[in-house]
Design a protein around this ligand. Structure first.
Ligand SMILES: *Cc1c(COP(=O)(O)O)cnc(C)c1O
Length: 341
């Protein structure tokens, strides 16, 4: 079966770059949702914890429970309100006002505010009511947060939203006084917002893609020196020599113009690799040409190697498929073995 190598050195180097921005590892919340962006939650969580990360973010409660022992707190971004429970270090994001009515006493929550993305979050006008209800119900307000819609884009949008958020924080501080509650933690930065930030002044940043070694930011924002952590590798199943004019794979998308070696490797689109159609010149990490279409469980490559690195830079596949690195990474099937080297 294919396997995934994770580079401990590259992870460490990325975290160093991010910790310089936040002024310390304790202000980085590792976003580990969706199987740690395809890197493997069960291997990635203990690794970042061992490097000194104390906050984590997941999508569901199930993932948080799997890694609860490794972190001081874990924020669950999109669990359904029926599944909220009291836990010492699991915090549930509340994404709309109505949800608050259903939160049981003692549950820790992170209140999401809509500062301009208009995807979810409480409306700023609802804040007084919300904090009043939190106080009355005995719900524990761990933090208040927002998410930027255009942190990785050029333009004024990011600055406009940051101003909105600033005003919201001021309001929260006043409301916390009014209801004699402790001031909650504040967090708003994702990778892009943190990377373009010169003076970080929040309690932590929620960092996903940059920790894994990527950004989607245009070059004008500079070079950050991030290095991809993940490498997808496969093993040879068989080998043959193609004669001139022989065509390879479904639809015969590749035609041999000269004699060449074609080996079949054990990774395909059932493993979450995108179904490359063989129409362009997509190559493996060492520059070997992929021959024809990707099949369900395999692909052909002009190589004799017993093992091959399909990619160690997801951006190459992202470009081929007109998508983003996130999309290439998260799709990698959870059953592929993963380990740090
Ligand atoms: C996924 C996510 C992040 C991380 O974003 P990156 O761009 O990967 O750093 C941060 N906050 C929220 C709410 C998210 O959903």
């Amino acid at each position: 079966m294919a396997y995934i190598k994770l580079s401990a050195n590259n992870l460490h180097s990325n975290l160093e770059i991010l910790a310089k921005k936040t002024d310390g590892y304790e202000k980085i919340a590792a976003v580990l949702k969706d199987n740690a962006y395809g890197h493997g939650l069960s291997v990635f969580a203990p690794k970042v914890a061992s490097l000194g990360i104390t906050h984590a973010i997941t999508r569901e409660a199930k993932e948080a429970l799997e890694i609860e022992g490794f972190f001081r707190d874990i924020i669950v971004l999109s669990e359904h309100k029926e599944n909220f429970f009291v836990h010492s270090n699991i915090i549930f994001a509340v994404n709309e006002f109505d949800t608050l009515k259903f939160v049981p006493r003692g549950v820790k929550i992170a209140l999401k505010i809509d500062s301009g993305m208009h995807r979810n979050g409480l409306n700023p006008e609802e804040l007084d009511m919300a904090l009043g209800m939190i106080k009355r119900k005995g719900v524990i307000l761990h933090s208040v947060f927002t998410h930027y819609r255009a942190a990785d884009e050029i333009g004024s949008c990011f600055f406009w939203q940051r101003e909105n958020w600033h005003a919201i924080k001021t309001q929260i501080v006043e409301l916390a006084k009014k209801y004699s509650m402790n001031k909650p933690f504040f967090h708003s930065h994702n990778s892009a917002a943190l990377l373009r930030c010169n003076k970080f002044d929040e309690d932590f940043a929620r960092v996903g893609i940059a920790m894994y070694g990527y950004t989607q930011m245009p070059e004008v924002f500079g070079e950050f020196g991030l290095k991809p952590v993940l490498e997808l590798c496969a093993k040879r199943v068989s080998k043959r020599v193609l004669k001139v004019d022989q065509r390879v794979g479904y639809g015969g998308m590749f035609t041999a113009e000269q004699e060449l070696v074609s080996s079949l490797y054990d990774v395909g689109y059932a493993d979450g690799l995108m179904r490359y159609n063989g129409g362009s010149k997509l190559r493996t990490s060492d520059g070997s040409l992929i021959l024809g279409r990707v099949s369900m469980d395999s692909l052909s490559v002009n190589s004799e190697n017993e093992e091959i690195s399909i990619f160690n830079d997801a951006d190459i596949w992202a470009k081929e498929f007109n998508t983003i690195s996130y999309d290439i990474l998260v799709k990698l099937n959870a059953k592929i073995p993963r380990f740090f080297v």
